[in-house]
Design a protein around this ligand. Structure first.
Ligand code: ADP
Ligand code: MG
Length: 376
């Protein structure tokens, strides 16, 4: 059976008064029942504004927002936040400091219609069990760790069983250890509650780990929407390739059948083109070649054209900072078995299947037909 649509955004835009550019521009999104959507983008790209419009704390200038088949914001429609059936979790938890854990969680339940106190107690107990905090009912927020506070905030959002849970950078105030553990727990909790959610983050690894689908935002727009795998392997723009894939770019120039780069020549085909609005390599005589960090293969060779500038041991892998003869920096990730010392020269070979061709964004002329330059 096809999953039902929980949230639909159609051409949603918002510009704050006194600002020059819209915070959110023409965003279209669909979220299906039970799915977790990661909203990923750098600081200031409009993630919070988009979330606040979905929750009903901001009004879009144009566009339509539908939650569970009800239009909650549109040209002639407006539904206040408390009627939208949406739970929200904030970066700073926003717990009431003078209320116990149980009362914090019960707070939202008193608002949602007539319920007996027994019913409310049951819902609080269930919500605490869901987030793994049973037994801490009568603690106050200051008696909890940051990770526990965030789980209380999650329990409070989930207790009324909302159609949709919105989480705005919920893990960013936590220590890295707690953050990594909690992101797995958070996914498990949302999945076992059968909740549909939007998870906002500026951390690409976090977005990929938690989400079923990822929307990459840049300057108020959704630049790419897809599964984490799709976005990582087939970034739809230079920006996504840099921000999500954290790939290297190497300028290349056409010479006959071969594309020449500082690391040698490559025979490329249209299969290497990025999945953007370009049909054929024939459009270009200069390109930027995307090379993923894990696709650089390093071999010690004093005749090599690349020097190892730095090396970081990251446990499961090494991260090598390389410098080419022209001074360009490249990053390579290898298994811990590849132990090459800093300062030596290496020969670099590349897993060619994974190379992707992007229009050159540096250099004096970019494509043969200039209308192809803007790729959005
Ligand atoms: P993000 O959450 O991705 O960091 P925001 O949605 O908070 O981004 O902000 C997007 C843009 O809108 C930023 O340029 C920000 O300065 C601006 N902005 C956000 N809220 C307001 C506001 N209330 N008034 C004016 N500008 C705002
Ligand atoms: Mg924000």
């Amino acid at each position: 059976m096809a999953k039902s649509v929980i949230l639909h955004l159609e051409s949603v835009s918002k510009q704050f008064s006194g600002t020059v550019t819209p915070a959110v521009q023409n965003v279209n999104l669909t979220l299906y029942q039970g799915d977790i959507l990661g909203l990923l983008g750098p600081s200031g790209c409009g993630k919070t504004t988009l979330l606040r419009m979905i929750a009903g704390f901001e009004q879009p200038q144009s566009g339509i927002i539908t939650i569970n088949e009800r239009v909650v914001a549109g040209l002639h429609d407006w539904m206040p936040p408390e009627k939208r059936d949406v739970g929200m979790v904030f970066q700073d938890y926003a717990l009431f400091p003078h209320l116990t854990v149980a009362k914090n969680i019960a707070f939202g339940l008193h608002n949602s219609g007539k319920k007996s106190s027994t019913q409310i107690n049951h819902q609080v107990t269930d919500a605490l069990e869901l987030v793994g905090l049973s037994g801490l009912e009568s603690r106050y927020p200051h008696e909890l760790s940051g990770g526990q506070q965030q789980r209380v905030a999650l329990a409070r959002a989930l207790a009324p069983s909302p159609a949709l849970v919105l989480l705005d950078e919920p893990l960013s105030n936590l220590d890295v250890q707690v953050r990594i553990r909690l992101r797995q727990e958070l996914r498990d909790i949302l999945k076992s509650a059968g909740a549909s959610g939007i998870f906002v983050t500026h951390d690409q690894e976090e977005a990929m780990a938690i989400s079923d689908q990822v929307a990459v935002m840049r300057s108020g727009r959704v630049e790419q929407f897809g599964t984490p795998e799709d976005i990582y392997t087939e970034p739809a723009s230079h920006f996504v390739a840099e921000f999500v894939t954290q790939a290297n770019f190497l300028p290349a120039r056409r010479r006959g059948q071969v594309w020449e780069t500082e690391l040698g020549g490559f025979e490329l085909t249209d299969n290497h083109l990025f999945c953007g609005k370009v049909d054929s390599l024939d459009e270009f005589d200069r390109i930027d070649l995307m090379i993923r960090q894990e696709d650089l293969i390093l071999k010690h060779d004093e005749e090599g054209a690349v020097i190892i500038r730095d090396r970081q041991f990251l446990g499961r892998e090494f991260r090598y900072c390389l410098q080419t003869e022209s001074g360009k920096e490249l990053i390579a990730r290898t298994t811990p078995q590849v132990t090459l010392p800093i300062g030596i020269k290496v020969k670099v070979s590349i897993a060619e299947d994974n190379l992707r061709v992007f229009p050159a964004i540096s250099g004096e002329h970019q494509t043969k037909s200039s209308q192809l330059v803007t790729i959005r």
